[in-house]
Structure formats: C-alpha cells, structure tokens
Design a protein around this ligand. Sequence first.
Ligand code: GUN
Ligand code: FE
Length: 436
Amino acid sequence: NRNDTTARIAHVFRGTFVHSTPRAAVEILQNCVLGVDDKGKIAFIEKHQDVVSLLEIWGFETSDIKQLGQYEFLMPGMVDTHIHASQYSYAGTALDLPLLEWLNTYTFPVEAKYKDLDFANDVYTKVVRRTLKNGTTTACYFATIHTDASLLLGELADRFGQRALVGKVCMDCNSAVPQYKESPILEDCYPNVKPVVTPRFAPSCSSSLLSELGEIANNNKLHVQSHISENKEEVELVKTLFPGCKSYTDVYLKHNLLTDRTIMAHGCHLTDEELEIFRETGSAVSHCPNSNISICSGMLNVRNVLNHKVKLGLGTDVAGGYSPSMLDAMRRTLDTSKALTIQDPQHKTLSFEEVFRLATLGGSEALSLDDQIGNFVVGKDFDALRVNVCVPDGPIDLFPGEGPKVILEKFLNLGDDRNITEVYMAGRRVVPFPDT
Ligand code: GUN
Ligand code: FE
C-alpha cells in the first residue's frame, strides 16, 4: 500500500501558491506544500506543518521537495482562448486597416500559404514555443483551411507539451482571395490536443456550411469557435447576408452552433438580449482587447458580460492583436476597462485580481475545461507556472516590505517570460525546453 502511494508522487513543491477560486479572484496560499502524481494530477495541497509527516509516510524524500524562494510563487498556467497560430508570422505589423479590409489585404493571402507544410512547420513551431515560454499552457487555436497543416499544429502542440484546441478553419464565401475557401474535415489527435469546429465567422460561411458544422459539433460533442460582433461594419454586413435572422447571435443560434462548448471571439457590439442567449446556451465570450484596439474594432464591456453571467476568457487574437503574451492580454483588459471608466465614471473598473482570474480560471470555464484545469484543486491537472520576480537583469525591481499580493501585481503589470522560469502541463515540465 505504502509503495503504491510512493510511486504515485512525482513532484512536491513548497512555498507560495497563487490562484483563483469561484469565490476569491485571488487566493494566496503561503507556506504550503503541493503534490503532483505521476498522472500529472494535483494529489494534495496542504499547509507545510500538516504535510511533513504525510510525506514521510509516503516515503517522499524531503530533499526532493522543490523549495520556492522568497520571491517565487506558483500560479496556474494561462489560458489563451483565442489565437490564430497561422497569423503569427506577421504579428506586430499590419495594424492599419479595419477588420474586413485587414482580412482581405493581409490575412487571407498569408493563410493561403499554409498549403506549404515547410512554411507551416516554421511558423507553428515558433508560435507554440513563444506562447508556452510566455506561460500559455492552454491555447485555443485557429489554424487555416488546410487539413495537413492543421494536423501539424496539433502534433507540434503535443510535442512541445501545450494543451490545445486546434481548429481547421471552415469558410466557403466572401473571400477576396478566391483560392482561399474550403469546407470541413476534423480528426481527433492527442490526449491534450483536441479538434474544435471552426466556422471562420458568419460572413465567410454559407448557411448550408454553418448547418453542416452545427451538426458535426452536436453529433460529436465537439467544441465550437468563431468570431462575433467584432466591428460595426461586420455586424451590418451580417444583417444583409442573413436577413432572416434577428441578430448576429441568432445566426449562430439558428445553425445550432451555440452550445456549452462554444466560444465566440470579441462580441464588442453584442446587445443585452444577445448576451442573454449566450447565458441560456452556456456559450462563452473570448475578450481580445489588444486586437479590439489595434484594428479599431470596439471596446467590450467585460463588466456587463460578467453581470449577465456569461462565461468569459481572455484571448490574444494574434495577429489582430500584436502580442502573443497573455500578460499583455491582462494589461490590455485593464486598459480597456479603464477607458470605459473614463467615458462613464459609473462603470465599475475591473481589478487586477479579477483579470488574473479571467486569464486562468475564467479561460478554463470559457473552454469548458474547468473540471480539468484553471486553478489548484486536488484532482485537476497540474498546469502551472513557476514565477520568479527577482531574476538577474529582470524587468522588476522590488523594495522592502512588499508582500505576495504586491509581488503578484508587479509580475502581472511589469513581468515577462524571463520571470516564468518553469512551465508545467499535466505535470510534465515543458519549459525550459529540453533542447536549450
Ligand atoms: N473575423 C474573421 N476572421 C478573423 C480573423 O482572422 N481575425 C479577426 N480578428 N477577426 C476575424
Ligand atoms: Fe480572431
């Protein structure tokens, strides 16, 4: 019995752990011990004093405990609920056009290049490594219309150790790049990499394609992702393309695409009635503030979405958003919330603690993965970041008397990948990369 248990403990950490719960946006656990079993699941979290004798019983060598330093903590891995892996090659450029022109001018010509698997391999390797290094343990990806390249993205996520939903993009209408249209094929791939049904957005899809995708998603209990109400011109276009539908949301609803496994990016211009439909169907919103500002789409009122009890996570939306980092997504979320407060002092600004929760637990809820990831709960997978705010030549300076809450706030506002010294996905250490 003892030996059985001994074999099951793979890692034990001791120190400060920071995470969110449904009740507390930030919970700080100090002088605690966290054990991970060899299936990558959290086996226990206890106060230090309580667990020392337990460890002895399990025969876990105290010298094998990973002791976190004074300026270190563990936090849950971050969840990027919306990122276009295929657009990573031009992230940081091409931000001078509004959505519909941006798609035809920059996006479709680049995405058409993914029929070349060498090109795909280069970009997809770089985006998986870059996001992992920056603490994204789960990514919900748009790939392109190309099945082979989409499967390659799944293979790379699996190889580097990133949990992922991978969407082969489906679109059969309104592309200014005529060779860039196609229809759906999906395959299941790896334990932590799953397919997601991905109609690009209503203007790119015929009604029959949307119906077909709704049927595939429901018959196979698959996730669904798309875009909704990102900019006003797009909302108007959808009205003319789907005159029989009451709203943009109604288009997806009528095609059975709004389920409790659906995540829709942006939603800047959704009405309260539409948010009500999101709540009723259990569909989620991915808030992509960098993109919303960078291509002048709009400002989502996150507070209003949360008040409607709609699930919400954060997304980078590379390359409409120029940064692949979820730390950036948190900062831009705060900026947008503050801009809304400047416009309307009655608006209740989001706190950094709330935004931390959105980037972790909120993202896991939005992707319906909260039974598996999102915070430190016994039985969940250990997806975690080891953060050190005091690395040599790092971006953060500390001063006397600063406690763990201030240290967390400084990391969220000032930190970068130099502060993320280790990344774990399902108990496996995936950063630093084995080849470096
Ligand atoms: N709407 C449809 N396709 C896209 C895309 O690639 N990026 C963004 N930001 N919005 C979209
Ligand atoms: Fe997008």
